[in-house]
Design a protein around this ligand. Structure first.
Ligand code: DX5
Ligand code: ZN
Length: 232
């Protein structure tokens, strides 16, 4: 596995009347990248933002953008999100499209492809695609909304993917493992302890009285817990 823990604030928890300000706040607080949640009202029961918001963030930030496509047909829109300035594009394994082809398309355009798994989707869903993604994102809530409770039942799957990636050779050995949903100062320890090195956090960071301090504390907790996972 790649080893550095990264903390990504999720713009979904920002102020939708002042999204640019929220994006800049995430960067100033020390976010390693910004996570943007794109929802289509079909794959998940909510609508959020489109390529123009990604373009806005790209134009005002130095940190990279990690764009999480909760879309039934991500293949229709990957080009628009690439063009808008995504650095990483995550599609769902449950999407109703040719997932391998869509991941290939993302890579061909020079963008990092990632594959996200809903809480109930088993690690085996990754099997046809190893080598086609650089990151696995395990959802620890049902996607669609911020502010939900962390689902600890996803932890065994995280450990399974972490172990598989560490034991793998070549293609399997270079993936990052992300976690998304309900992450706070306590649950981050469980997630990083199971091997997650990319930490997405919305509410707990944006609602903190001091976002920089909350992010730094989350980083320390994640790094300490991840080291334990790596030693096991
Ligand atoms: C949920 C999104 C998450 C969300 C996390 O569908 O994918 O990225 O922003 O928000 P919190 O951290 O509030 O659970
Ligand atoms: Zn997300």
């Amino acid at each position: 596995m790649k080893q550095k823990v990264a903390i990504l604030p999720s713009l979904l928890a920002g102020n939708f009347g002042r999204l640019e300000e929220s994006a800049l706040k995430a960067q100033a607080a020390g976010g390693d990248a910004l996570h943007l949640d794109i929802m289509d009202g079909h794959f998940v029961p909510n609508l959020t933002m489109g390529p123009d918001v990604v373009r806005m963030a790209h134009s005002c930030l130095r940190i990279p953008l990690s764009v999480h496509l909760m879309l039934t047909r991500p293949d229709y829109l990957v080009d628009a999100f690439i063009e808008a300035g995504s650095a990483t594009l995550l599609i769902h394994a449950e999407a109703q499209c040719d997932v391998a082809k869509t991941l290939r398309r993302i890579r061909e355009k020079g963008i990092r492809p990632g594959l996200a798994l809903n809480p109930e989707t088993p690690a085996a869903a990754l099997d046809p695609y190893w080598g086609a993604f650089d990151e696995v994102l395990c959802m620890t809530v049902h996607p669609g909304f911020g502010g939900q409770a962390f689902m600890p039942e996803v932890l065994p799957k995280l450990s399974e993917i972490f172990t598989r990636a560490r034991q793998g050779r070549g293609e399997e050995s270079v993936v990052d493992l992300g976690v998304d949903g309900g992450i706070d100062l306590e649950t981050v320890k469980q997630a990083a302890g199971a091997g997650a090195n990319i930490i997405i956090a919305g509410s707990s960071l944006f609602k903190a009285a001091d976002m920089s301090q909350a992010l730094a504390a989350m980083r320390t907790a994640a790094e300490q817990s991840w080291t334990v996972a790596d030693d096991s």
